[in-house]
Design a protein around this ligand. Structure first.
Ligand SMILES: [Zn+2]
Ligand SMILES: [Zn+2]
Length: 337
């Protein structure tokens, strides 16, 4: 089978690989129906890399497939089922797994980053990482399950109420999904900010009530005008803007930190957090959110079609990654050959 492989620093290679076989009685083999390219994939393939990965691994951690083989102890899915994949493997026995926080597992790994993933025709996955989804949901929609699971996890942490105002900084795929999920949750004012007008146009389709390009207008001033007192919730999907968030949130409001950048060291005025009773929460991947994502996808309450800007076949992966790198895409769907 043809596979998109992280060959070495800065390099993706299309390689012929053997179709993988089950390694345990709890594994399932899936025929990949669709995959997508995540911002993390672009970071992995940058030189120097912005995210670690194992050389030689088949990339792609966002994918959906059909079960074609099951180990003899698999109980949750059957051959022929369509499944979405949670790419994070966890140990089940460390402190964090035992207290119900497997997203913080100390022995976790990730399919498509450290283990073979979904940029290929077939993938072998532990059965606890697959979730059955209706065949009425198109593969290119179901493939958004993984980023959506992270957004559901973050949204639960801030618990946005009907009528509340939200500022979402960064209008990439995560910013778009937060916009859609919080719109569905009843947020009345959703203000999206990004330096790219291209991305902000998609924010409008996702349900933003206001889009702001800080190149053209003062973010703090405009948010104050729209919300009067500052936003109830501010979400940083970029990963370097914690200090900015403090200027945008109202007293007693919440800041959710989603984006990740190891090198960011914003200057924080601690006094402001204390004096204004601002709650700050970090959120990392997902925690038992896949069953909720299945419900969301099967209910068709989001406008996910609007986020799919490109559809390519696996042999065009490199062009797809280049398009992502240039910021000229929201979601690129990849079909195996
Ligand atoms: Zn991702
Ligand atoms: Zn663990």
């Amino acid at each position: 089978m043809l596979a998109g492989v992280f060959e070495k620093v800065g390099n993706l290679a299309l390689q012929e690989r053997e179709v993988p076989t089950l390694k345990s009685d709890l594994d399932v083999k899936i025929k990949v129906l669709a995959a997508s390219i995540c911002g993390t994939d672009v970071h992995i393939l940058s030189d120097p890399p912005g995210h670690p990965a194992t050389p030689g691994v088949i990339q792609g951690h966002e994918y959906v497939g059909e079960v074609v083989e099951t180990g003899k102890d698999v109980r949750n899915v059957n051959i022929g089922d369509r499944v979405i994949v949670d790419p994070t493997t966890t140990c089940g026995s460390c402190h964090y797994c035992q207290i119900g926080r497997p997203n913080l597992c100390k022995n976790s790994s990730t399919l498509g980053i450290f283990l073979d993933g979904g940029w290929a025709s077939y993938s072998v996955v532990p059965s606890k990482n697959v979730f059955k989804i209706s065949k009425e949901i198109a593969p290119e929609i179901a493939v958004l399950a993984e980023p959506l699971s992270c957004v559901v996890n973050g949204s639960e942490k801030v618990n946005v109420q009907p009528g509340e105002s939200v500022v979402i900084i960064g209008a990439g795929p995560m910013g778009q999904l937060f916009t859609q999920v919080l719109k569905a949750a009843g947020a009345a004012k959703i203000i999206c900010a990004d330096f790219s007008d291209y991305r902000l146009n998609y924010s409008k389709l996702s349900g933003a009530t206001h889009v702001l390009n800080p190149k053209n207008e003062d973010l703090v001033k405009t948010v104050k005008e729209i919300t009067k007192v500052g936003a109830d919730v501010v979400i940083d999907c970029v990963g370097v803007l914690f200090d900015q968030c403090i200027n945008l949130v109202r007293s007693g409001g919440q800041i959710l930190l989603v984006g990740m950048n190891e090198h960011a060291q914003p200057q924080i005025k601690q006094y402001d957090l204390t004096r204004n009773e601002i709650t700050v929460k970090g959120t990392f991947i997902q925690n038992y959110d896949f069953p909720k994502v299945v419900k969301i996808l099967e209910s068709n309450i989001l406008n996910l079609n609007s986020l799919i800007t490109h559809k390519i076949t696996l042999d065009k992966l490199e062009e797809g990654i280049e398009t992502m790198r240039k910021g000229e895409a929201i979601k690129i769907i990849v079909y195996p050959l």
